[in-house]
Design a protein around this ligand. Structure first.
Ligand SMILES: NC(=O)c1ccc[n+]([C@@H]2O[C@H](COP(=O)([O-])OP(=O)(O)OC[C@H]3O[C@@H](n4cnc5c(N)ncnc54)[C@H](OP(=O)(O)O)[C@@H]3O)[C@@H](O)[C@H]2O)c1
Length: 242
């Protein structure tokens, strides 16, 4: 099977679903040439698991990226651009996220705004800054149709409902709008719900192992095409209502 994409960037890759995405991509039989594993503090103690993984796989490049900090995002774009030289970035996975368990009774505007910044504003801001690199990949010679191997933006989202998580409805709307705009540039855009996964966010109570969720997500990514651009899918490829 061909590599999913020549170059892939994952945000929030120091733990949870992001770390497992990087692990499985690097260990795949046809790994991407460049896996840009980004997180807030790649050199610090929170990046330890990622540092250990990168030491085993030369395809993994650690890049600092705080998804709500514009200078940090721009620094990451420069670092990625200098690795890729004249090539573009094929696949951007907006995975970094925070959960909010707020209900109408417990609602705290600061928590809501912080969750909104990380979960809704950041995929747009990160995608906007990486757009020139994605467009460069989309224009690659002999490429037709939409696919992750050409150029794509994947927003890891959620179908779960609570007032805090309803902020993600806003993220899903953003995916839909991005897909419509990016289609003409040859860039696919999809939102994916990873399931309820055993991670720090999903907690031990979650039924799904992170390995299984990520195996499913990677299979779904490989199957994406023009027909699924703008879709909201789960980790098993089922279409979810917006
Ligand atoms: N687990 C589930 O059941 C579940 C269900 C539905 C959707 N999701 C979504 O799946 C994605 C990954 O979730 P997870 O379960 O892996 O969560 P997790 O274990 O809590 O990990 C979250 C990751 O996001 C990073 N992050 C948070 N804010 C960031 C920022 N401003 N800039 C860069 N990185 C940031 C964290 O980095 P630090 O270590 O620096 O904090 C961490 O790497 C999230 O978008 C989440 O909403 C998860």
């Amino acid at each position: 099977m061909a590599a999913l994409a020549r170059s892939i960037l994952v945000t929030g890759s120091n733990r949870g679903i992001g770390l497992e995405l990087v692990r499985q991509l690097a260990a795949s039989p046809r790994p991407p040439q460049h896996i840009f594993a980004t997180c807030r503090d790649p050199k610090g103690p929170r990046g330890k698991a990622l540092q250990e993984l990168a030491a085993q796989h030369p395809s993994i490049k650690l890049v600092q990226l705080d998804a709500v900090n514009l200078p940090s995002i721009r620094g990451a774009v420069r670092a990625v651009g200098s690795h890729l030289k004249d090539q573009g970035l094929n696949l951007l996975i907006n995975n970094a996220g925070v959960s909010s368990h707020a209900t109408l009774r417990s609602l705290d505007s600061r928590e809501m705004l912080s969750a909104f910044a990380t979960n809704v504003v950041r995929p747009v801001q990160v995608t906007k800054e990486f757009l020139p690199l994605l467009e460069k990949a989309a224009k690659g010679v002999g490429k037709e149709g939409l696919s992750c191997s050409r150029a794509a933006v994947i927003n890891i989202s959620t179908k779960l409902g609570s007032i805090g998580l309803c902020l993600r409805a806003a993220q899903n709307m953003v995916t839909r709008c991005m897909a419509a705009e990016l289609q003409d540039k040859g860039i696919l855009c999809v939102a994916i719900h990873p399931g309820w996964v055993k991670t720090d966010m999903g907690t031990e109570k979650a039924p799904l192992m992170v390995e299984h969720s990520v195996q499913g997500i990677l299979m779904v990514l490989a199957s994406l095409s023009q027909d699924t651009s703008g879709a909201f899918l789960d980790w098993e490829g089922n279409t979810l209502p917006w």
